[in-house]
Design a protein around this ligand. Structure first.
Ligand SMILES: *[C@@H]1O[C@H](CO)[C@@H](O)[C@H](O)[C@H]1NC(C)=O
Ligand SMILES: *[C@@H]1O[C@H](CO)[C@@H](O)[C@H](O)[C@H]1NC(C)=O
Length: 810
C-alpha cells in the first residue's frame, strides 16, 4: 500500500497543469540540488524534475526507455548516448503518466507507477531527510546530521563508477540487449572462491568464461587467499581487486570520466568519456577475443570472426529466433536416436563447442574410433577431434559456446541424419554461415562514433605506407583469427585496434617530458632511452631512434606491432612521435630495469633474485612470447629475446621490450617483408639464422631456451669460452656437461647446476622442469623445439608445487 502524504494528494488533485506550474516554479529551469522530505519528482516533468550532481556530471530522474515507459535512473549528463549508470528496478519501467518518485515523510524513497503501486523503494531501515546526487554519481539519502543512510552505489546495475566498490554483496549484471535496459544474463562478481569472474547465468545453463577457465588461479595471475572480496576503480583509471586482478585504462590519468560496464554482449569494458563530443571510447576490455564469451551465439550457434565476430548456424541447423541470436540455432531434423547406419558426420574444421563433454579420451585414439564412439552413443550430437601433440576425442552431449577460428587446431564432426541435405563444406568457416547471418554489433551504442573514423583514416594512411600486409594487420581490430583473403570492408573494423592504445606526441612535448633528454636509462643499437614524466604524472621511457633512414623500418615495425598489443608481460607503448627527422617511442617506465642486471651482476647482492622470483620471471616471459606467437598475434616474432630485453617492474613481473626487430611471420600464407639483415644477438640466436632457413617463431623459442637456462644458472651462457683449444659457447659446454651427468645418472646433478648463490634455496622439481624445457628449446633441429604455449603449459604444471609454496613464500 502507498502512503502518500496529504499535501501531495492535494497537489496531485489540482491536476496536470497545477503540477507542472508547481514544479516549474520550484525548479524553474535549473535542476534540483536535492529532494527534500515530502517532495517528489513526477514523470510528466521528466525533463525538468531532475537532480544533478553539483559538478553537473550526473543527472538523476525519469529516463525514457520506451514510448510510454520510464525508469528512475542516473546517467551521464553530457554523454551523446546518455549512458545510464544506474536504474531502480530496471525490469519494471513505469507508465509515462502519473508515476513519481517521492521521498516520503517516513524517510524512504519510493517509486510508484501510475496506479500507485510501489515499483521500487529504499529499505525502511535506512531512512533519510533528503536525497542528493553526489559528484561521484552516487544517489544518497542523508539524515538530518548529514550522514549517508542509503546509497545507490550499494545496488549497481550493469555499471561500476570510479570509487564505487564491488564487494561480496554486489555484482554487475548486463542488460538484455543493445538499447534494452532489463536484466540480462552476464554477471561480473566475486565468486565463492574470492575470485572476480565473468559468468553467463542463463535460464538453461550457466558457465564461467573469464578468467580463462582452462587455467589455474595462479595461471590467471590471481590469488584466492584474500577473502575481503573488494575491488574498486580509482580516479586515475586503475582497477584493483582483492584477488590481485588489476588493469589500467589505456588513457590512465586523472580528470577523465569513466565507467566500467558489463555489456550486453558479455564483455566487461572500461569506457572513457570524450567531453568535447560526448562519445565513449573503450580504454580496456576483459575479452580480447569476443567469440570466447560464453553463449554469445546461443545453443548450437557458432561465433565466427569475419573479422568482426558474427554468429552463424552449422549445417543442418537454422536460426531459432530471427531477431535474437541468444536463442541460437535449432536442428532442422528430429533429434531422436538414429541407427548408426542412418547417420553421417559433417566436418567443420577449426571449430569447437566448448564444454558438455560426455566423454574425453586423450591417448592415441584414431579418428575412426572417436567417430564410432559417437555413433554408438545416442546422446552424442557431435564430437571434437583435436591433434596437438596428442590426439583428443571429445564426445558432445550439447553444443554450446561454438566458435571458429583459423588458428584453432580442432575439428568438430556433427552427427546428422544421413538423408538430411547439407551444403558442401569446402569453405567451412563461411559456408556454415548460411544467408541468415547477422552481425552482432559489439558493445554499447557508444562505440561507433565518427571520432574513431578520423583516427582510422590517420592510421590507415600510416599503414598504407608500410604496405598491404600491415594495412591488413591494422584493420583487424580482432588482432587475429581471420583469414588473409578477408580484407576489411568497413572503416569501423579498424578503430578497435587503437582504442586509445597510443597517441601521437609532439617533439616539444617529449623534450619537455624528458627535461631535454637529461636522464639516460640505456642505449641500444637503435638509439638511447630516456626517463621522462608526462603531464598526467605518468613516468615514461622515451626511446630516441638514431639515424632516421636506417631506423624507419624499425620504427614502423615497432609502432605497428605495439599498437596492437596489450599483455601484462609485454611492455606497454603509450605513444610515439614522428616529426621531421625525429622518431621517438614512448613506453611505460619499468622500475626495476632489465633482467641481466639482476641475474649477472655480483655488485649488489640484495638485487639477487630468489627462486620464486626466477620462476615467476621464466613463466611470465614465456606467457608474453606465447601471446605473441599463438594467442593473438600469430605472426609476430620478437627476434631478439635476451635478458637485456626483459624488463622487471616493481613487483618483478617481467615485461618483454624492444620490438624493433619484430617480424611478421610469413607462416600465414603471405610472404612477410624479407629480412635484409641478420637480426638478434649473438649467443641467443638460433642456428636457423646461420643456416639461412626461413625465420619462424622457433627462433624466439631458441633464444628463450638460452634465457631460461641462464635464469636457473645465473651465468651467461651466451659467452664464448675456449675448451681444449676449441672455441665453443658456454651453452655448448653446458649441454655437453648435462648430457654427461644424465648419462652417468649422477644423483644430485641438479644441485650442481642451479645458481650457487641461492645456497640451495630452490625448488628441485621446478628446476628440473626448467632445465628440461631449456634443453628442448635449444635443439638444433627446430622441429624438435617446443612451442611457447607448450612451455607455458609445462611451467604452469609445476607452478603450484606445494614444496615450493611452503618453503619459499615469505
Ligand atoms: C585484501 O584485499 C584488501 C582490499 O583490496 C586489501 O586492503 C588487503 O590489504 C588485502 N589483504 C591481504 C592480506 O593482502
Ligand atoms: C574528442 O573528440 C574530439 C572531436 O571529435 C577530438 O578532436 C579529440 O581528439 C577527442 N579527444 C580524445 C582525447 O580522444
Amino acid at each position: 500500500m502507498t502512503n502518500v502524504n496529504p499535501p501531495q494528494i492535494i497537489i496531485l488533485s489540482l491536476g496536470f497543469i497545477a503540477i507542472f506550474s508547481f514544479h516549474s516554479s520550484l525548479a524553474s529551469s535549473t535542476p534540483w540540488v536535492y529532494l527534500s522530505k515530502g517532495s517528489s519528482m513526477s514523470v510528466e516533468n521528466y525533463a525538468s524534475d531532475v537532480l544533478t550532481s553539483p559538478d553537473k556530471t550526473f543527472t538523476c530522474g525519469f529516463y525514457q526507455v520506451g514510448t510510454n515507459a520510464f525508469s528512475f535512473s542516473i546517467w551521464f549528463t553530457n554523454s551523446a548516448d546518455k549512458a545510464v549508470v544506474w536504474m531502480a528496478n530496471r525490469d519494471r519501467p513505469v507508465n509515462g503518466r502519473h508515476s513519481r518518485v517521492l521521498l516520503r515523510r517516513d524517510g524512504t524513497l519510493v517509486l510508484t507507477d501510475a496506479d500507485g503501486s510501489i515499483v521500487w523503494s529504499t529499505n525502511t531501515t535506512f531512512v533519510g531527510d533528503k536525497a542528493q546526487l553526489l559528484n561521484t554519481g552516487n544517489l544518497v539519502l542523508k539524515d538530518s546530521s548529514g550522514n549517508i543512510t542509503w546509497q545507490s552505489f550499494d545496488s549497481p546495475t550493469d555499471t561500476l563508477l570510479p570509487l564505487q566498490p564491488l564487494n561480496k554483496k554486489t555484482r554487475l549484471i548486463s542488460s538484455k540487449g543493445n538499447g534494452a535496459y532489463s536484466s540480462g544474463y552476464y554477471n561480473f562478481y566475486f565468486d565463492n572462491d574470492n575470485i572476480l569472474k565473468l559468468m553467463y547465468d542463463g535460464p538453461e545453463i550457466s558457465s564461467l568464461y573469464w578468467p580463462n577457465p582452462e587455467l589455474s588461479i595462479y595461471g590467471n595471475s590471481r590469488t584466492n587467499y584474500n577473502s575481503t572480496r573488494f575491488a574498486v576503480l580509482d580516479e586515475v583509471g586503475k582497477f584493483l581487486g582483492s584477488d590481485t586482478m588489476e588493469f589500467s585504462a589505456t588513457d590512465l590519468g586523472s580528470g577523465i570520466k569513466r565507467r566500467l560496464t558489463m555489456d550486453y554482449d558479455g564483455n566487461l569494458r572500461l569506457y572513457s568519456l570524450n567531453e568535447s563530443n560526448g562519445s565513449w571510447k573503450i580504454s580496456w576490455e576483459a575479452m580480447q577475443q569476443q567469440c570466447n564469451v560464453s553463449r554469445l551465439c546461443g545453443r548450437n550457434g557458432i561465433c565466427v570472426y569475419t573479422p568482426m565476430p558474427r554468429c552463424s548456424c552449422p549445417p543442418g541447423y537454422e536460426k531459432t529466433n530471427p531477431n535474437d541470436w541468444s536463442e541460437g540455432c535449432k536442428p532442422k531434423f528430429n533429434q531422436t536416436c538414429h541407427h548408426p547406419e542412418e547417420v553421417k558426420f559433417v566436418e567443420l574444421p577449426h571449430t569447437d563447442f566448448y564444454g558438455f563433454d560426455i566423454r574425453t579420451k586423450t591417448e592415441f585414439i584414431p579418428l575412426e574410433s572417436c567417430r564410432n564412439l559417437c555413433m554408438q552413443i545416442c546422446s552424442c550430437v557431435a564430437f571434437t577431434y583435436r591433434i596437438s601433440g596428442e590426439q583428443y576425442c571429445f564426445l558432445k552431449s550439447a553444443l554450446y559456446n561454438g566458435y571458429t577460428s583459423p588458428a584453432f587446431p580442432a575439428t568438430i564432426y556433427l552427427k546428422l541424419p544421413k538423408n538430411l541435405e547439407t551444403s558442401p563444406t569446402s569453405d567451412p568457416s563461411y559456408s556454415v554461415c548460411g544467408s541468415g547471418e547477422t552481425e552482432i554489433s559489439v558493445g554499447s551504442s557508444g562505440i561507433f562514433h565518427s571520432e574513431s573514423k578520423a583516427k582510422w583514416v590517420y592510421l590507415y594512411s600510416f599503414a598504407l605506407s608500410i604496405g598491404a600486409i600491415e594495412a591488413f594487420l591494422f584493420a583487424s581490430g580482432w588482432c587475429c583469427l581471420f583469414r588473409r583473403d578477408r580484407e576489411p570492408t568497413s572503416t569501423e573494423d579498424g578503430y578497435r585496434v587503437m582504442f586509445s592504445q597510443f597517441r601521437r606526441f609532439t617533439y616539444s612535448e617529449l623534450k619537455k617530458a624528458t627535461k631535454k633528454f637529461r636522464e639516460e636509462l640505456g642505449r641500444g643499437g637503435s638509439g638511447a632511452v630516456y626517463k621522462g614524466g608526462l603531464e598526467d604524472n605518468r613516468v615514461v621511457a622515451v626511446k630516441k631512434l638514431g639515424d632516421v633512414i636506417q631506423v624507419e623500418e624499425e620504427f614502423r615495425a615497432e609502432v605497428s606491432t605495439f599498437g596492437r598489443i596489450n599483455h601484462i608481460n609485454l611492455v606497454r607503448m603509450w605513444g610515439f612521435c614522428s616529426e621531421r627527422n625525429h622518431r621517438l617511442l614512448v613506453y611505460e617506465y619499468v622500475e626495476n630495469g632489465s633482467l641481466d642486471k639482476h641475474l649477472f651482476s655480483n655488485a649488489n647482492s640484495n638485487q639477487l633474485l630468489n627462486w620464486k622470483e626466477r620462476f615467476g620471471i621464466a613463466l611470465g616471459t614465456a606467457k608474453g612470447l606465447a601471446y605473441l606467437h599463438h594467442e593473438c598475434l600469430e605472426w609476430v616474432i620478437h627476434c631478439d629475446v635476451k635478458p637485456e630485453n626483459i624488463l622487471l617492474d616493481s613487483n618483478l613481473v617481467p615485461k618483454i621490450a624492444d620490438f624493433g626487430l619484430a617480424k611478421f611471420s610469413p607462416e600465414r600464407g603471405r610472404t612477410g617483408p624479407e629480412l635484409s639483415r641478420i637480426r638478434g644477438t649473438k649467443g641467443y640466436m638460433a642456428p636457423d639464422w646461420a643456416l639461412n632457413l626461413p625465420i619462424t617463431a622457433k627462433v624466439d623459442v631458441y633464444s628463450y631456451g638460452v634465457v631460461l637456462l641462464e635464469i636457473v644458472q645465473g651465468i651467461r651462457l651466451s659467452n664464448w669460452v675456449v675448451v681444449d683449444g676449441e672455441e665453443i659457447s658456454e651453452l655448448t659446454r653446458f649441454l655437453r656437461m648435462v648430457k654427461k651427468k644424465m648419462e652417468d645418472e649422477e644423483e644430485e646433478w641438479i644441485e650442481n647446476i642451479v645458481d650457487p648463490r641461492l645456497n640451495g634455496q630452490f625448488n628441485k622439481k621446478q628446476a628440473v622442469v626448467m632445465i628440461k624445457i631449456g634443453i628442448s628449446c635449444v635443439e638444433e633441429d627446430r622441429s624438435k623445439r617446443l612451442t611457447m604455449d607448450m612451455v607455458v603449459e609445462s611451467l604452469l604444471e609445476c607452478a603450484d608445487d606445494p614444496e615450493f609454496n611452503t618453503a619459499n613464500v615469505p
